[in-house]
Structure formats: structure tokens, C-alpha cells
Design a protein around this ligand. Sequence first.
Ligand SMILES: Cc1ncc(COP(=O)(O)O)c(C=O)c1O
Length: 467
Amino acid sequence: MDTSSSRTRAQDLDREDPLAWARSEFNIPTKAEIASAQLNHPPPVLEAEKSVYLCGNSLGLQPKRTRKRIEQYLDTWAKQGVQGHFKPLEDSDLPTWLDADARAAKLMAPVVGADETEVAVMQTLTANLHLLMSAFYRPDINGTRRHKVILESKAFPSDHFAVETQLRHHGLSAETSMITIKSPSSEDNVLTTDDIKAVISEHASTTALLLLPGIQYYTGQLLDIKTITAFAHEHGIFVIWDLAHAVGNVPLHLHDWDVDAATWCTYKYLNGGPGCIGGLFVHQRNSTVTKSITDEKPEEGYNPRLAGWWGNDKKTRFVMANKFHPVGGAAGFQLSNPSVLDITSLSASLEIFEQAGGVPRLREKSLKLTAFLEELFQEMSPEDKELFRIITPSDPAQRGAQLSVMLAKGILGTVMKELELRGVIIDERKPDVIRVAPAPLYNTYTDCVFFIEAFSAALEVCRTSRP
Ligand SMILES: Cc1ncc(COP(=O)(O)O)c(C=O)c1O
């Protein structure tokens, strides 16, 4: 495959890229590192020694400043012990541990388009889903009025499990109360807004909750969050969004779109690190604390929830009284004191988002980068193109960074092995899909060309090794 003109085009685009500086903020694994079973290798000398990492949809790369921030945190713990909770240090720009969650919420709020009081950095995605459902999924347990939950038929398994077990927790069952949305026309279950509206309309009077992904993990499809939320609201349905693949990837305006609640993880495009602390959004109207809490009716004055001491008003959190008085806003849904190690790691990455001018600026590059990658796929030879098709919508408004590619049956293993041999990291969804995601913070146009060269070589191996 002759990619010389693509290489030249990519080099020009990389030179003109106003975000090019951001790549140097990240540790890009070298080819030697990803091929090795040992941790220690000499640092790379040439850019060409670096791997082609197009996997930010699964695990974002490590910002260089994460190590520095974590060392600062470790020093504080080593030298201040418990005082780290409340004692500001003149030569450290990290917040005290008591304020670490609030500072992280402040950095996170612009990423999701929310007021900082509407965001809490807490727990993990699935745990937050359960917490949100415990607060806002209040089914009529006689099963006559609003008891159903609508979700997509190919929902991420954790979301499916969370809904199914919530139903059982309320004495309901998936058979009677779980409605799954299936595309009537797309074999890949790419859903139109009308497909979703039709299911909402059909079950409008008996549905309590709609749970959808901002970006579908398998197909990479970006849903119209604003329109779908408004439509569900017209039918009196509460909407929770799973933003695992949308956060840090596409601009979000959760407050202005009137989203009820949402949750996300931070290890994908937000580069917080594996299993890092999650995020939660609760719209202002769902989290107000209106009355003073009385002994007679302690539950009045705020939306019900499963509570813990970290959701209590900071002013009385340490009084240690047994009367829960939540702080207003999303912070009132917190349970435990958060892992400051996690928050420190996440905040290091969020600093880069801030420095880059926020997600809308990243999206400008992301749109070009993913379109460039799509073009390269289209320019592949007819023999190569017989072995794959892109299942992510071609409309840029209906996707983020990721392109999902359906391979011909039986070649996934060979493709993945051949890519890895060539220093390319992407991810797979068995049996036949690969997901390729150029992240605008650290990927280049040249990465896309290297990927296509390796992919074409991998397909060639598949062809020659096929019976
Ligand atoms: C769409 C989606 N939902 C939920 C999850 C589960 O996240 P967690 O393990 O952080 O609860 C993931 C994890 O990758 C995901 O991609």
C-alpha cells in the first residue's frame, strides 16, 4: 500500500496542529515497551520508536505531570500525616485533602457543561449508577403505573446488570419492567433518535426511568442527548446518561440540556488511570436541600438517597451527630471520603484539559483527526476493503473520536496480533470488532497513517494465511 502522499499530508497537518504541544505532556509507550514483559527500558530517542496508541477509548495515556502530582501527594502524607487533611502548605499547589473533591469537581464541571455544585467526583461509574437509581428510580411496585426502565438492547453489560438488579431489589423483574431498544433496521443496532422516541412513546405511561449512553461503547455512536432528554421529560420520564465514552471526548452541556443525572468513569479520555474515581452529575433541581432537617421528619427537605457522612454538609460533618443533613448539590450524594490518590491523579489530567482550552477546542481537532482516519480507511485497496466495514455513523455529529470497524469473520485474532507486532495498540470487542480512537490530546495525524499501514499489512497476512 503506497501511503507516501498520506504521510506528507499527515506531517503537514501535524505541523499546523495548534494542540501539538499537548502530546509532550503524555508518556507515549515505546514499541519496545509494549513488546516487552519488563518494566525498565531506556528512554526512546526517536519519535518513530514510540508506539501507535489509539486506545484512549479504553484507557487514556498517563500525563507526565501525574507522577509529579502523586509525588507531591505522597510527600504531604509522609511529612504531614493526618494534617494533610486540613493544613495548606505554602510550597504545594495541591488542595488540602478535605478540599480535594471540591477542587476536582471544579475542574470537572466545564468538561461536562455543569455548574460545579452539580458535579461530584466520587465512587465509580457502576456504583454511581446504583446510587442514582436508588435516589431517582422509585417505581410503583404494584407494577401498574410507572415501573419500567428503558435502556438499549446492547447496553454495556454493567448498565444492564445494574438495571436488572435494581428491578429485583424493588421486587420487580426484567420480564415485566425492563424495556430494551433495538434498531428496527440496523444490524449493528445504530439507533436513530426516532427509534428511541418510538420506544419511549410506546411505554410512556408506565416508564419511570430512561438510561442511555452518551456515546455507545460498541458502535461509537453519539446520541442526541438534548433532544432525547427533552422528549423523555415531555412524558414524565427521568433520564440518566452513562457518559463513559462521551466525557472528555465530545462537548457536553448537561445543565443547559436539562439532563436529570449522569455518571461517567475517568480512565478513558480523561486519563485518570485504571479504575480511577468516577464522576456524577445531578441537575440543580434534583439536589436542592430546601428545609432545615427536623427530628420528627429527618427525610424531608431533600430528595431521598442512600447516604454517607461525606454527603453531609461540611459545616456539620465533623460534629458527628446522627442526623443526616446533606449539603446541597451533587456533593450531597457522596458516601465516603474519597481516595485522594485517585483525585490527585485525575486532577493532573484535568489541568491539561484546562490548559488546552477545554473540550470544545479538543473537539475541533478530534473532528479533523477522526475524519482523516476515516478517509484513510476509504483509500485502502479494494481487496483490503473486502475484509472490513466501519459501523460507526459517518456523520461527524453522530460520533466522537472512535471508529468501530467490523472485520470479516474469523480474522480478529490475526489482525490484533499483527498490529501489536507493528507497535500498534487498539482494542477489540469479540467476535469481530476493533475500535480505533485517535485522542486529540496526544494522537497525531501521522499515528493514523501508521495505523492504516499496519492494518493493511495485517489484512495482507489474513489473506495469505486464509485457506
Ligand atoms: C459504557 C460503559 N458503562 C459502564 C462501564 C463500567 O464502568 P466501571 O467499571 O467504572 O463501573 C464501562 C467501562 O468501560 C463502560 O464503557
